[in-house]
Design a protein around this ligand. Structure first.
Ligand code: KG4
Ligand code: ZN
Length: 329
């Protein structure tokens, strides 16, 4: 839950992480997620308003994520937001979660040029967009199978490193030799049945290659610690290389001098370092928000909602949640 002023000034932002709830199951359990939403949503509103030293009557409008995601969790948020808007006579704006990620960098950078290329890379998405202006997005490509974060989570699970996998692999990778195992870059067949755009991604092959390598290295289901570290370091190097390569290729193709990266995987320190190096060499400005704005947060949703309110856009009480909904297609 977050309160923003003048679109991009964050007055308060509170996040109730659910990682602990789901960690023992090795992934998100939808039913537990929506129950937890119900438990925390009202106290979070109180905390967000208290931190901002505001009352509900002081806010101009209410923005809420309406898609995409787990439908139970979306419905909890949407019902709560509708009730708040109705009872307090405030305008309501539904926001697509991906549009939130795609705009998160505006909360930390005020000089993002247009058009720019935006990479949203999270547990559910790996998508590249051309952003012509606020609200005008073109999907240039997306993963044809696993999202990058999903690959991180699955590899971490295989190696018994816990959930979510991204942060732990990020932390441990510097201890491994990233050149120990050479993973090949997946070839994306231009005539494949399932393709999104000219800048697609694929991560399931690398995940399978990690499993094959793990089976080779392990004895009786156990892998030596250094082998495990080399495996994750090599895996991360490949994922980072693929993400950087496609993003920069898209920026060059569309003559963009700015790129933004957001979503949980944008918290990855190796990705942040490498994209900055490559962008510097290419004369491109990379805008990557601080980690708290890369992973799921309400401030990015409030930013989009606030921009939409200014444009006179509002939703009615018939607003509904949608589990899957791309933007820019
Ligand atoms: O955007 P997000 O918080 O939630 C979704 O909308 O999916 O992204 C969560 C994903 C998880 O797969 C998690 O493992 C990954 O982001 N992640 C990371 C890092 N921090 C979170 N992946 C790589 N390195 C990180 N430091
Ligand atoms: Zn997200």
């Amino acid at each position: 839950m977050a309160v923003v002023k003048n679109h991009r000034h964050i007055i308060s932002s509170v996040v109730a992480s659910q990682d602990e709830v789901h960690a023992r199951f090795g992934g998100v359990v939808p039913e537990l997620a929506s129950r937890r939403h119900i438990e925390v949503i009202a106290p979070l509103l109180d905390a967000a308003l208290e931190n901002a030293s505001l009352k509900l009557k002081d806010v101009d409008g209410i923005a809420v994520t309406r898609a995409p995601g787990l439908i139970g969790s979306l419905l909890v948020g949407l019902s709560f937001a509708k009730a708040l808007a109705y009872a307090n006579n405030k305008p309501l704006v539904g926001v697509n979660h991906l549009e939130g990620h795609l705009n998160a960098a505006h909360l930390s950078s005020d000089n993002i040029g247009y058009p720019h290329v935006g990479l949203v890379v999270s547990g559910g998405h790996t998508s590249l967009y051309l952003v012509k202006k606020f609200g005008d997005y073109k999907l240039l490509g997306a993963t044809r199978d696993d999202a990058a974060g999903e690959a991180y989570d699955k590899v971490a699970k295989l190696l018994g490193l816990g959930y979510p996998g991204g942060p732990v692999i990020d932390r441990l990778s510097p201890k491994g030799n990233a050149d120990a195992i050479k993973f090949t870059t997946p070839k994306l067949d231009a005539s494949a049945h399932f393709q999104v755009g000219e800048f697609d991604f694929s991560f399931s092959g690398i995940k399978t290659a990690v499993i094959a390598q793990y089976n080779k290295m392990s004895v009786g289901g156990k892998i030596a610690e250094q082998d495990s570290l080399d495996l994750i370091a090599s895996f991360q190097k490949k994922v980072v290389e693929i993400l950087c390569k496609q993003t920069i290729a898209a920026a060059n193709e569309y003559k963009c001098k700015d790129i933004i990266i957001s979503g949980g995987v944008a918290a990855n320190s190796a990705l942040r370092k490498r994209i900055n190096e490559l962008c510097n060499a290419e004369g491109i400005s990379a805008h990557i928000p601080p980690i708290s704005l890369c992973t799921d947060n309400a401030a990015m949703v409030a930013y989009v909602g606030s921009r939409r309110l200014e444009l006179g856009q509002r939703d009615g009480m018939e607003l509904n949640a949608t589990a899957t909904e791309e933007i820019g297609v």
